[in-house]
Design a binder for this molecule. Structure first.
Ligand code: FES
Ligand code: FES
Length: 134
């Protein structure tokens, strides 16, 4: 069983989204031992003792994580379906590289698809979250 199913169906952690189920969209991204991972492609048998972080651990509507706040401030969300993956991939990026440049941000998020086409605003949100003027 994929990690995504356990998170959503058994633990009611519905932040990670089922998009393609094929590892191609990034909507299901969680952080495993510091790295962004497509939970639809990770079998439970591969999780073992590894640390899994979902977006539920970052913040909520009352107290948002700075990345989530930056996405709101830049109005980077349209339908919102991709945003879990964008935020979690950004979290993993900023944990390793707190001040990424545009190229590094684009490379990190290249595998996360947004059908609403909010990429420019997402780029600005990541810059804002990293304390850099967009
Ligand atoms: S749902 Fe996992 S990559 Fe699309
Ligand atoms: S905001 Fe709709 S898919 Fe990205």
């Amino acid at each position: 069983m994929p990690l995504l199913y356990a998170l959503r169906n058994d633990l009611q952690l519905n932040g990670p989204k089922f998009g393609c189920g094929l590892g191609q969209c990034g909507a299901c991204t969680v952080i495993v031992d510091g790295n962004p991972v497509r939970s639809c492609q990770m079998p439970m048998s591969a999780v073992g003792n590894r640390n899994v972080t979902t977006i539920e651990a970052l913040g909520n509507t009352k107290k948002m994580h700075k990345i989530q706040q930056a996405f709101v401030d830049e109005q980077a969300v349209q339908c919102g379906y991709c945003i879990n993956g964008m935020v979690m991939t950004t979290k993993a990026l900023l944990d390793k590289n707190p001040k990424p440049n545009d190229t590094q941000i684009k490379e990190a998020l290249a595998g996360n698809l947004c059908r609403c086409g909010t990429h420019i605003r997402i780029l600005r949100a990541v810059k804002r979250a990293s304390g850099q003027a967009a």
